[in-house]
Design a protein around this ligand. Structure first.
Ligand code: CUA
Length: 365
């Protein structure tokens, strides 16, 4: 009888596992990341459900089968190799079953497809600022307007204290930290409206730090950008623009870009540096210092190499402007690649810093 009970529980769990992923109650999944995260949580839920049923069924069996009955005497014994193997192997399998899809999901979230648009989100006490550096738009205390069916790169930071950029429908939230850029991406599946909250207690008006996310079709987005004095030319939708289809597998842009056969300074720059310092080397006023005509690319090579190898934080002045340094280190790039990037930076946009060799980089690593 208990064996039948166990089989029935397994069959029930199996049937339930086959049900599709559901969203957080009443919240639509606006992005493929939300779908994946939900799918992962449901999978883990059902795995733990099966374990729960198995453990309780075994316990019920033992309680009933070996209950006290008059005239029976309990036997004492120690050790059972078979049981010990089972309770080592089964948890190991359960952990493997959970870790593989978890790793895949993390990889999917981490490997942003090639973006069609970059939006910089800056938390302030107590409002949000949204900058569209490629489109020359900067809005504060307003809706976050985004095009549907486009890969949007998010650069989240803060101007004062730690905030958190949280949109439930996106399936994730990101800390907005002063002096640090958190990178993420969204691909909004359909036009619609979503609620943005600040999810980090950041002062007296924290609760008021909300905004709407308005997702609109391309054409409507273009006219919104225009109404804000900017430009938006929707490009061809990239092959990765349907991240539903295994974007994690096809899109590992950083790794691919970082290992070209011959180190190509311009290509490496656009893959690693341009999202902050811009393709023009002009940076972004007040956030990312310019490289064009500025002190570092025209000064001693050693300083320049150290900044790329080890990063740079804290206040700094570039071309008379104050910045809060948030440059991450790039130790993953090879000596040849860093030399190529630095040579490109030091000889482009009118810079006269001169070439850097891989040997110089190696000496400072
Ligand atoms: Cu900003 Cu809470």
């Amino acid at each position: 009888m208990p064996r039948n009970l166990f089989a029935a529980a397994l069959a029930l769990a199996g049937a339930l596992t086959a049900t599709p992923a559901f969203a957080v109650a009443g919240m639509p999944n606006a992005t493929p990341i939300a779908d994946r995260v939900d799918g992962l949580y449901n999978l883990i839920f059902w795995i733990t459900f099966v374990i729960f049923v198995g453990v309780w069924a075994a316990m019920a069996y033992v309680l009933i089968r070996y209950r006290y009955r008059p005239g029976r005497e309990a036997k004492q014994f120690h050790g059972h190799t078979g049981l010990e193997i089972i309770w080592t192997v089964l948890p190991t399998l359960a952990l493997i079953a959970i870790s593989i899809p978890t790793y895949k999901t993390i990889r999917y979230v981490d490997n942003a497809p090639k973006p069609d648009l970059t939006v910089q989100v800056v938390g302030h006490q107590w409002f949000w600022e949204f900058k569209y550096p490629d489109n020359h738009v900067d809005v504060s205390n307003a809706d976050l307007v985004l095009p549907a069916n486009r890969v949007v790169k998010l650069l989240v930071s803060s101007a004062d204290v730690v905030h958190n950029f949280g949109v439930t429908d996106f399936g994730f939230s990101m800390d907005a930290i002063p002096g640090h850029i958190n990178e993420g991406w969204v691909y909004l599946k359909a036009p619609g409206e979503h609620q943005l909250f600040c999810r980090q207690l950041c002062g007296t008006l924290h609760a008021k730090m909300m905004a709407k996310v308005k997702v609109v079709p391309d054409a409507e987005f273009a006219s919104w950008v225009q109404s804000k004095g900017g430009t938006y030319t929707p490009g061809e939708k990239s092959a990765q623009a349907a991240p539903q289809a295994n974007a994690a597998e096809q899109a590992a842009p950083k790794q691919v870009a970082a290992a070209p056969k011959k180190a190509d300074g311009a290509a490496l720059y656009s893959a690693n540096c341009a999202s902050c310092h811009q393709a023009t080397g002009e940076g972004m006023a007040g956030t990312f210092p310019p490289l064009a005509g500025s002190e570092i690319p025209n000064g001693p090579a050693a300083e320049h190499i150290k900044i790329v190898l080890h990063g740079k934080s804290g206040p700094l002045t570039v071309k008379g402007q104050q910045y809060n340094g948030a440059m991450p280190p790039f130790p993953q790039l090879s000596d040849e690649e860093i030399a190529a990037i630095l040579t490109y930076e030091r000889t482009s946009w009118g810079n006269k810093g001169g070439a850097v060799t891989p040997e110089q980089v190696k000496a400072l690593r």
